[in-house]
Design a protein. Structure first.
Length: 721
């Protein structure tokens, strides 16, 4: 293989040394005249273009390459052989057998402490550019001058293609156009057997472990392995900080709080403290534990904005964390992780030991085992709950004052900031689609769609389609139901802002018990409360909860409560005495495990943050300890005559009835609850539909009789069945 050259062919008879010298001079001229590069050096001090500063460093490196080419050519008997590199002649073998220090033209070792910013072994007095991105990056990351020199040598072929030919010549292999370990050490004037110098290229050395340099081809001997600078690092050194395309797919924007920070005092104070700590040294790694999904991420976004730090919000696989950390080191950003894997220990350890500021958010309690093996623990903080700022978020997106009570409408929802923005926009779009003014109904419908839930795996969802007019109840239970909705709407203010929570780790949930005979309106009332709050109703399927194996029922309930905590919904335990029954005296293992289940429920209800309603036909079967933890107990009485008459007319409100229909003795003689009255009306409607006629009094009487027969009761009047 001949030395690289772009000049005219050499005349016959030229000596190998002369050939190498002329090739070297030609290679040095491939970028134009040296004066052009010197001009770049003169301008480097006056410009902020990183490429100009790198060109100055390449001029310095080219001089080292030229000297090494001269040294190799001077003592190489095959320098002029066109087949050089494809075979070993006897002369070449004899040359290789000589000690390195006795070879002609050997370069002296570099000074142990080169001048800052200068390539080791460079001519004395060589100017260091004022804006050198390689030295700047290495200084920022605490790397040595030798690291900077090795990085520059490895970087050269990515900035100037002529270095590919020069490196191929020096590697004695035209196909190997990057610097090898041996070539890099030679160009730095370092003996290849120097253990400290070789250690700078080991996998655990900063240059490699930080992702700035890759040592490829591990199957080769160490000195012949190629050095490669990743494309992302090359782009950064040239002034382009576009994220790595392989990493960009896993980066997400942080939510933009659309309201003023000072609106929530606790939230603002916490965010300001976090921002101050992020701006100080050493780099902070913190775990923000959330009590409600999205609160920690909102705190992180607000703090980073206050600190003026860019964020890298990562939602990707663990095998991309090294790329993420390199991106953070290059861009000066803060890593934010809000989706922890099932086993987060490896991820947390890597972030905590990286020296890169990182914020981790999640609802799980911090486990010290995550940072075993000597890794430092992150700073564990409790993310504050958002208060009135949530209402301001809705108001900021919706614009001018809407024509309804915005605070009362959005109070039941606890959506993260990004979902608040999406829900508000969806509500406006929905109103625009209907060609109507924005109403509370539009806002509630949009908010329900943004409240993600996995409750449907364990419960049946009901989209409420009723309101207060569908309830026929005495004044007292009606008043209690309205109070229940009021508590659900204002719990954050009363228990949070006004600090009336009982403490002891208790949640801000609202718990109610509906007691009464079957058919008195308990389930319907739960649906009305959910409709008033603009929430979905989830009826827990006891068949998916109760398990014959010990401990499985508690696990199923925990899944339901955990999912309900993060969902804006009303949870209904129908026939709750099957799960919330009284504890009994322990006579055998069955009693002990049954009591353990009740004890778990007692503890879990205290920490519950959602809205849970229990219904029972037998209030006496509910354990008194559960009753004490309830916010309200609503008794549903059996309807009297006037209420039964109102229930009959309410059920018939959309049914075609015969002229002059009178209920007569149906409401008086038949003592039926609301559910049974509805069933009787359904029977009468089918009878009328079969005739193609309207409902008559006889149809209603037949429907009432059938309900009595189903219940096994004597018919009034004749005493028959």
């Amino acid at each position: 293989m001949t030395a690289p050259s772009t000049s005219a062919p050499q005349p016959a008879g030229a000596t190998p040394a002369a050939h190498a010298t002329q090739d070297t001079q030609a290679a040095q001229g491939t970028q134009g005249t040296q004066s052009t590069e010197a001009a770049h050096g003169a301008e480097a001090a006056q410009t902020h273009d990183p490429a100009d500063a790198l060109l100055v460093r390449l001029t310095e490196l080219r001089e080292r390459v030229a000297a090494l080419v001269d040294e190799r050519s001077a003592g190489d008997p095959t320098a002029g052989d066109p087949l050089r590199g494809l075979y070993l002649s006897p002369e070449a073998v004899q040359r290789l057998l000589r000690p390195a220090e006795s070879r002609p033209g050997a370069l002296p070792d570099a000074a142990p402490d080169p001048a800052p910013g200068a390539l080791p072994g460079a001519p004395a007095g060589a100017p260091a550019p004022a804006q050198d991105p390689v030295s700047g990056l290495c200084a920022r990351l605490g790397l040595t001058e030798l690291d900077a020199a090795l990085l520059l040598v490895s970087l050269a072929p990515d900035l100037d293609r002529t270095f590919e030919q020069l490196y191929g010549y020096l590697n004695d292999d035209v196909s190997r156009r990057r610097a090898t370990v041996a070539l890099a050490l030679d160009l730095c004037g370092i003996p290849v057997h120097s253990a400290p110098a070789r250690a700078r290229l080991h996998p655990t050395a900063p240059l490699v472990s930080l992702g700035l340099l890759a040592v490829d081809e591990p199957e080769r001997p160490f000195l012949s392995r190629l050095l490669r600078v990743p494309d992302r690092v090359v782009s950064h050194l040239l002034g382009d900080d576009t994220p790595d395309p392989a990493l960009a797919a896993y980066l997400r924007p942080l939510p933009e709080p659309p309201y003023a920070l000072g609106a929530d005092e606790d939230f603002a104070r916490f965010a300001e403290l976090l921002a101050a700590r992020l701006a100080a040294a050493p780099p902070l790694t913190a775990y923000l534990r959330e009590s409600r999904e999205g609160d920690g991420l909102s705190c992180a976004a607000t703090a980073l904005r206050a600190a003026g730090r860019p964020a890298l919000h990562f939602a990707g696989p663990e095998d991309r964390v090294s790329d993420l950390l390199r991106e953070a080191r290059l861009s000066g950003g803060v890593v934010v992780v809000s989706a922890l894997p099932e086993e987060p220990g490896a991820l947390v350890r890597e972030l905590a030991a990286s020296g890169v500021p990182a914020l981790i958010t999640g609802r799980r309690p911090y486990d010290p085992q995550w940072c075993d093996h000597g890794a430092p623990d992150p700073l564990v903080l409790e993310a504050p709950r958002r208060g009135t700022g949530a209402v301001l978020a809705w108001a900021a997106v919706l614009g001018p004052e809407p024509g309804f009570d915005l605070a009362a409408t959005v109070a039941p929802y606890h959506l993260p900031d990004d979902r608040v923005v999406r829900a508000a926009r969806a509500a406006r779009d929905l109103a625009g689609f209907e060609g109507a003014e924005l109403t509370a109904a539009h806002l509630r419908a949009a908010a329900r769609r943004q409240s993600a839930s996995g409750l449907e795996q364990h419960a049946r969802r009901i989209r409420p389609a009723v309101d207060w007019t569908d309830l026929v109840l005495p004044d007292r239970p009606l008043l209690q139901l309205r109070e229940l909705a009021l508590r659900a709407r204002h719990r954050d203010r009363v228990l949070g802002d006004w600090r009336l929570s009982a403490g002891g780790g208790r949640g801000r949930g609202v718990l109610g018990l509906f007691a009464g005979e079957s058919g008195t309106g308990k389930t319907l009332s739960a649906e009305v409360v959910a409709a008033e709050l603009g929430l979905d109703l989830y009826v827990v399927q006891l068949s998916s909860v109760v398990d014959k194996y010990v401990g499985e029922t508690e696990k199923n309930l925990e899944r339901i409560f955990t999912e309900a905590d993060r969902t804006d919904a009303v949870l209904l335990f129908d026939e709750a005495d099957a799960v919330f029954g009284k504890r009994s005296e322990v006579k055998d293992s069955h009693d002990r495990y049954a009591n353990m289940e009740s004890a778990y429920l007692l503890q879990r209800l205290e920490s519950f943050d959602g809205i849970a309603l229990l219904t029972t036909n037998l209030r006496a079967n509910i354990d008194e300890a559960f009753t004490r933890r309830l916010d309200l107990v609503v008794d549903f009485p059996f309807p009297d005559v006037e209420q039964r008459r109102a229930l009959w007319w309410h059920s018939l409100s959309h049914v075609p009835c015969g002229d002059g229909l009178e209920l007569g003795s149906v409401a008086v003689d038949f003592e039926l609850a609301g559910g049974s009255i509805r069933s009787a009306v359904v029977t009468a409607a089918y009878l009328a539909a079969g005739r193609g006629d309207a409902v008559t009094a006889a149809d209603l009487l037949e429907g009432a009789r059938r309900e009595y027969r189903k219940a096994g009761r004597l018919l009034p009047g004749d005493g028959s069945w």
